[in-house]
Design a binder for this molecule. Structure first.
Ligand code: NAI
Length: 351
């Protein structure tokens, strides 16, 4: 079989850091295993021409959200041998799921592999914004010391209303971690939690409009689907409370790019943070790089060294099962047997 993996470039750091499993050089730790089984294993960093060259002869494609190869309908139509697409990480929105389903290509991701990593990052982003960390740190680098300038925009997190959109694996872990800060939590999701679950998480249900209008801080933790694509359009952004903060570690396309810039420039939002962009890598002139009051980073929250180990193990498990004719772990399946089967995606793909 021919297996192609498209992974981020690790460069010199990869040689010194074998635990950096998610990069092309270390190839998820799969090289010896796959070659010993006499499979052809091709690892690419080029997501365009090189990928296109290999696609017609590829049986298994491995991609990652951190360096997404956009597996469009057109690319799928050229990949006549392709049977399975595996996502090293969580979030398979870079793949045209409807086109994969139509061709009966299986799509699977490593569900759960980096949910703690992202939940921790969400808490970090919330604190960075609310406590005005980035401008304070910048003062230190610039040799300045102006307490008034920093303190005038620094707040306690305690007693703030935090709205969590999507209380799946990440959203629930965010709630668990925020409990210690004595915030008031409200959440919105397709799936309303049971009373017992709400009590345990310390969050009560609100519809999307209520959540947007009541929250001091909003964190988005849903997948990118046709329904969440552009969900935070100009109208929703300007319906958020004046001076509220928005955190997005889900996907860049959930937010309308230029409307966000406008909301920050007009001072309607006090800050924005996250690690997800569209496209990725973000071009040098991406408007979010220069907008005011942001605390953005490249897409890395779900690819800590611990997370890379977990999703590398998950990919190996999928490969072994697939090659031995066994079913892929049910929770990993996004598209199976011609249908979008993941509960988090399937709502948006129902016909
Ligand atoms: P999950 O499937 O456990 O939870 C997603 C939740 O969103 C579910 O409860 C689902 O019902 C809800 N949901 C889906 N569509 C919705 C809609 N239109 N409105 C309201 N709720 C909706 O997924 P998990 O593991 O929590 O991950 C969520 C997303 O986070 C991933 O799909 C991915 O896009 C992103 N992610 C980002 C990472 C990063 O490094 N920045 C790493 C891992 C995930």
């Amino acid at each position: 079989m021919k297996i192609v993996a498209v992974l981020y470039p690790g460069g010199e750091i990869a040689k010194k850091t074998p635990e950096l499993l998610g990069c092309a050089e270390n190839a998820l730790g799969l090289t010896d295993f796959l070659r010993s089984q006499e499979h052809e294993f091709v690892v690419l960093t080029d997501k365009e021409a090189e990928l296109d060259k290999h696609l017609p002869t590829t049986d298994i494609l491995i991609t990652t959200p951190f360096w997404p190869a956009y597996v469009t309908k057109e690319r799928i139509s050229k990949a006549s041998r392709l049977q399975i697409i595996l996502t090293a990480g969580i979030g398979s929105d870079h793949i045209d799921l409807a086109a994969a389903a139509a061709r009966k290509i299986t799509v699977a991701e490593i569900t759960g592999s980096n949910v703690v990593s992202v939940a921790e990052q969400v808490v970090m982003h919330i604190l960075a914004l609310v406590r005005n960390y980035i401008p304070a740190y910048k003062q230190v680098l610039d040799g300045r010391w102006d307490i008034a300038e920093i303190a005038a925009k620094a707040h306690d997190l305690e007693d703030k209303v935090v709205g969590i959109i999507g209380v799946g694996r990440i959203g629930q872990r965010v709630c668990e971690r925020l409990k210690a800060f004595d915030v008031k939590m409200i959440y919105y999701d397709y799936h309303r939690l049971s009373t017992v679950e709400e009590f345990a998480l310390g969050a009560r249900y609100a519809n999307l409009d209520q959540l947007v209008e009541q929250s001091d801080i909003i964190t988005i933790n849903t997948p990118l689907t046709p329904e969440t694509d552009g969900m935070f359009n100009r109208d929703l952004l300007f319906r958020m409370k004046k001076g509220a903060y928005l955190i997005n570690t889900a996907r860049g396309r959930i937010i309308d790019t230029l409307s966000l810039v406008e909301a920050l420039e007009k001072g309607h939002l006090a800050g924005y943070a996250g690690d997800v962009w569209f496209p990725q890598p973000a071009p040098k002139d991406h408007p979010w790089r220069r907008m005011p009051n942001h605390a953005m980073v490249p897409h890395y929250s779900g690819t800590t060294l611990e997370a890379q180990r977990r999703y590398a193990d998950g990919i190996k498990d999928c490969l072994l099962r697939f090659m031995n004719g066994r079913r892929i772990e049910r929770d990993y399946l996004i598209v199976d047997n011609g249908n979008v089967v993941s509960p988090s995606y399937s709502y948006a793909f129902k016909t």
